[in-house]
Design a protein around this ligand. Sequence first.
Ligand SMILES: [Zn+2]
Length: 256
Amino acid sequence: MQLPLRLTPAPAYRYDVRYRYSSTRDPPHRKDMSASRPDSPIRRADIEEIVREVVRARAGAPSGKTPPVLRVDASARHCHLCREDLDILFGKGYELTVFRELYQKGNYAANETVTIIGPRSRLISNLRILGPLRKQSQVELAFTDAIMLGIDAPIRLSGDIAGTPGCFLMGPKGMCELKEGVIRAAIHVHMSPDEAGYYGVKHKDMMKLRVGGDAGLTFNRVQVRIDPATRLNVHMDTDEANACGLHLTKDIELYK
Ligand SMILES: [Zn+2]
């Protein structure tokens, strides 16, 4: 059964809040009551359990079983920088300034942008920097961006950049070469341990994300990333969002 979804006002900025969906999970597992024929003996405990489940399904599940609010964000191409590269690009000791806080606490889109230059001298300007700084610089592109630049970007989870292609970045104060770090970020879902408990999944499990609507499709490899500091949030890139018409639908379901 598909539960109705509510759409809350969509904020303007694509790195942050776009759509908020209530979860489309089925109500807690209802038993098939037709299986209990009148002539079959039913234990009192079974009846009580069935009643409890029906009440739960109607009144909303008890705490711990409440469907978490599922939020799906499309991340436009962006980069993360290490201290050393920020120094080269913007000047020694430069500090990023916050353009917009992201849904995941502590993360933000910076006002600062850089230009990425690929091996054929093709470039994309206004590549947004996301803060805070990281140990290693990394560029996350959609396949469309990577093809345009002439970079054969592999699908990787953020942070897993060993052996990936590099690029040049240009900032107002200088230019640096990343020896590696250009990826297409794999679609993934952040969740807290409680939310993982709700779905019955472990860190690095794969889940499915079904997107309804005219361009609807199902993503079969949504990798789970569990962290107590995060909130339930699917991250896909702009190619994926455009392919499934993310902006066209309210009908989205995350399941194992
Ligand atoms: Zn993410």
